[in-house]
Design a protein around this ligand. Sequence first.
Ligand code: NAP
Length: 551
Amino acid sequence: MTDTTAPVVDILCVGAGFSGLYAAYKAAEQGWTFAGYETAPDVGGTWLWNTYPGARCDVESVYYSYSFSEELQQEWTWSERFAPQAEILSYINHVADRFDLRRHFRFDTTVVAANWLPDEHLWELTLDSGDTRRGRYLLAGSGGLSTPKDFDVPGLENFTGLTVSTSRWTISLDDLAGKRVAVIGTGSSAVQCIPLIAEVAEHLTVFQRTPNYVFPARNAPLPAETVAETKSRYPAVREECRHSPGGIPDRPVTDRAFDVSDEERQERYERAYERSGFLGVGAEFADLLFDLKANRTASDFMRQKIRQIVHDPRAASLLEPQFHALGAKRSCFGTDYYETFNRPNVSLVSLREERITTMTSGSIVTESGSYEVDVIVLAIGFDAFTGPLFALNVTTPRAGRLQNAWSDGVRTYLGTMTAGFPNFFMIGGPQSPALASNVVVTIEQAVDWITDLISHAKAEGSEVIEPTTEAQKDWVGITEATVNQTLYATTDSWYRGSNVTGKPTTFLGYVGGVGKYRRMCTEIAKRGYPGVLIGGQAVAPGIGRIDEEIA
Ligand code: NAP
C-alpha cells in the first residue's frame, strides 16, 4: 500500500552494511533526506550473516575500516591483524551508534521491487510488507557477495540430517561436536571453517571440486606499538590505500620472475610465504598475474609447500591446485588448513574423481561410494554482484527489468550506473574495483563520487542523471581490455559468473587498480562528467579510452 503520509526522500538505499551506512552518513552531511531498507534485523551486511566458525576478514583490519572520520579511526582499536567476524560486526555497530545512523534504516524489511516513474522522476520501492516508498535517487548498497548461490548439489532434498550454509550460519560450533560432518566446497569460507570443525567433529569429510591455493593467514594479536604507529599516521596510510592497486599499502615490484636466479626466486617466495597476505607469494614478481610461465614458478612453489605439509601423498596430490594459475581465482588464507588433512578424523573426497550423484537421508552418494554423515555444511559461494541487484527487480518502462537489460552480460558506466536506469546507482557494483580490492576503500570512493555527481546535477537544476550507451560501451571495453591482459580472464570462477549455472559470463570487476580507477573518476568529474546525461544533456557522449590517458 502506498504510504501517502511518507514524504518523498532524496535518497532511497538498499542495505545497511559498509555501503549503506556510509551513504546514510554522507546524505546526512549534505542535508538530504534518506530512507534505507535492510532485510536483516540490524546493521552489518555480510558481517552479520557470515558467522560461520573462523570467519574473519583477510584484509588487515587497520585498512579494512572507514577512513572518513579521524576521530573514529583514533578511538577504535583492532585487536588482531585480521579481525574476527564478531569484532568487525561490533565495529560496524559502533559506527552506526556513534554517527546515529540506525534511525535512517528500516530493518527486517526486504525491497521486492524498484520501479522508475518517468513522469515524476522518482523511484518507487515496494517492500515485502506491500508498502511503497518514493525517492529521487536509488542507491544499491546491497553488496557483491550477499546472495547465496542456490543449493545446486544433487539429492540434497533427500538428506534429513542437519544442513547449514556458511553464508547463513545458524548453529554453534558445539552443535557439531561428536558428529560426522561433511563440508562441500573449498573456497575462502570453507578454508576458514574446516580446521575448526575438524577439531570438534567425530569425523570430517571435505568434498573438494577445485583445489585452491591456500596461504597461511599468519593472523596474530596486533601489538600495541603497531596500533599506535598506524594511528599516528593514519591520514597518510589511508591516502596510500586510496592510491594503491588493491586498497592496501602497496609493496611495488618491477622485476619479473625470470629476471632473477632460481635460488633468488626461491628465497623470495619463502620470504613472501612468511609475510603472506595479498602482497605475499602472488605479488612477489610483476608478471605473475600476466604470464603463465612466470606464474608457474609461484604455483610450483605452493605445490611443493603442500607436499611438505600434508603427510599422505594421495591427499597432498589432491590438494595441489592443478586447474588454474595462482591468483587467477580469489586466493584463500587459512590457519592450519593443509595441516588439518593430517588429522586422523579428516578425509578428502575429490569431486573431480567421483561426482556426487545423489544423497540419501543420511549419506552423500558419489560415483564411487557412499559417505554417512550427520551434518552437511555447504560452503558453495554466492551469486556474486548481479544476484543482489537482480533481487531488487529494478525496472524502468524504457529498459525493462535490469536482469533483462543484462541478459547477455553486465553493462555499466564505471560500475556505478547503467544506461536506461536513470538515478540508479550501484555502490561497488559489477565492473567497479570492488571485486579485487579492499572493498571499504572502494565503497568510500564510490559513495563520495556519487554524492558529488548528485550535488553537481542539483546545482545545475537537473533531477535526472543517466549514463549514455556510448560511455557505457567505453567502460565495458576498458574493463574487458584490462582483464584480458591478465590470467583472471583464463579462469572460471565467481569473478566471471561461471560458478552459477546459466549466468552470462562477464568479468565482474575492474582490475586496473583502485588508484587508477580513482584518478579516472576524478578526471571524469573534473571534465563535467562526460558520458553522463544530466537533465538530458551530456558534455560529451563517451569517455573514450580514458584509461590510456590516465597513467
Ligand atoms: P567460493 O569461493 O565461490 O567457493 C565455493 C566453493 O564451493 C568452491 O570450492 C566451489 O568449487 C565449491 N562448489 C560450488 N558449487 C558446488 C557444487 N554444486 N558442488 C560441489 N562444490 C561446489 O565461495 P566462498 O568460499 O563463500 O567465498 C566467496 C568469496 O567471498 C571469496 O572469494 C571472498 O572474496 C569472500 N570471502 C572472503 C573471506 C575473507 O575475507 N576471509 C571469507 C569468506 C569469503 P569450484 O571452485 O569448483 O567452483
